[in-house]
Design a protein around this ligand. Structure first.
Ligand SMILES: C[S@@+](CC[C@H](N)C(=O)[O-])C[C@H]1O[C@@H](n2cnc3c(N)ncnc32)[C@H](O)[C@@H]1O
Length: 255
């Protein structure tokens, strides 16, 4: 795994963060050193996808990057057939995903689409995953996207949403930021790297509060909305379209 040194050298002018070729090359290292509990969160999301997937339907991975979730889905579905649509705006990420696809062993089919998740028609879906991606969409357009996801889901379908969040209260925010900076330092990032990346992400990654996520999901009409994983300023949410118990209780398999 190539080491992330994208922000290691002092830059005269910090350009807005982009998922370009330089980032795609070191993305796995960036993810595990910048996202607390990244491996656990994505592994569990693949498990939830497997548990709630309805045969003959589609799964969508919006902001799929270079396919970490796709790989875990292939492993967890084993011999079960599935259809997964991976969507991303970054061509360098999708190129990496495409190269990895041939090494995935599964009975499933994975289609990759280069484009914005806003332009994709979501239909016949039982699982939609938006892992660390809604935060990059213009805040004014997030409600619409979540409503469209809800409409494209079948009864009993789920949305798995993980995001960096911001605390509504100054004390809570200061505490979360301090512990997040400490996490990055412990993972070998220098103070220069931390501050340059933060500047590059400003206006590009705009986090919502957890309350805003809940309000949006409830407004879209999800009937069950819960945080299943939280680490200071990161939260993973499970939202279910009614009837909640339908798929989960009907499926005979257990974790
Ligand atoms: C932090 S990464 C997501 C990580 C990935 N979901 C995972 O679990 O490994 C965000 C991804 O979303 C993509 N992205 C940003 N805006 C997007 C949009 N409007 N539609 C689709 N993809 C988008 C970026 O190119 C990037 O690959």
């Amino acid at each position: 795994m190539e080491r992330d040194r994208v922000f290691a050298r002092k830059q005269r002018r910090i350009k807005p963060f982009a998922f370009n070729r330089e980032v795609a090359k070191v993305f796995d290292d960036m993810l595990v050193r910048s996202v607390p509990l990244y491996r656990e969160s994505i592994y569990r999301q693949a498990g939830l996808a497997c548990r709630f997937y309805q045969a003959g339907t589609r799964m969508y991975d919006l902001g799929c990057s270079h396919g970490n979730l796709g790989q875990l889905i292939c492993e967890q579905f084993q011999h079960q057939r599935f259809t997964l649509v991976g969507v991303d705006t970054s061509w360098p990420m999708l190129e990496k995903y495409q190269q990895r696809l041939s090494r995935f062993v599964s009975e499933g089919s994975i289609d990759l689409v280069c484009g914005s998740m806003e332009d994709i028609k979501i239909e016949n879906a039982s699982v939609v995953v938006v892992n660390l991606t809604l935060q990059f969409l213009d805040a004014a357009r997030r409600d619409d996207l979540v409503c469209r996801i809800f409409s494209g889901l079948l009864p009993g379908g789920i949305l798995l949403l993980m995001e960096k969040t911001v605390h509504p209260d100054a004390f809570g925010n200061a505490l979360e930021q301090e512990f997040y900076r400490q996490f990055k330092r412990e993972n070998g990032y220098s103070d220069l790297e931390i501050s340059q990346k933060r500047d590059a992400l400003e206006k590009v990654l705009v986090p919502d509060t957890l309350e805003t996520h809940f309000r949006r999901l409830k407004k879209a009409d999800f009937s069950f909305v819960d945080v299943w994983l939280k680490w200071f300023n990161f939260s993973a949410i499970l939202a279910v379209k009614a009837p909640c118990g339908k798929v989960f209780l009907d499926k005979s398999k257990k974790f």
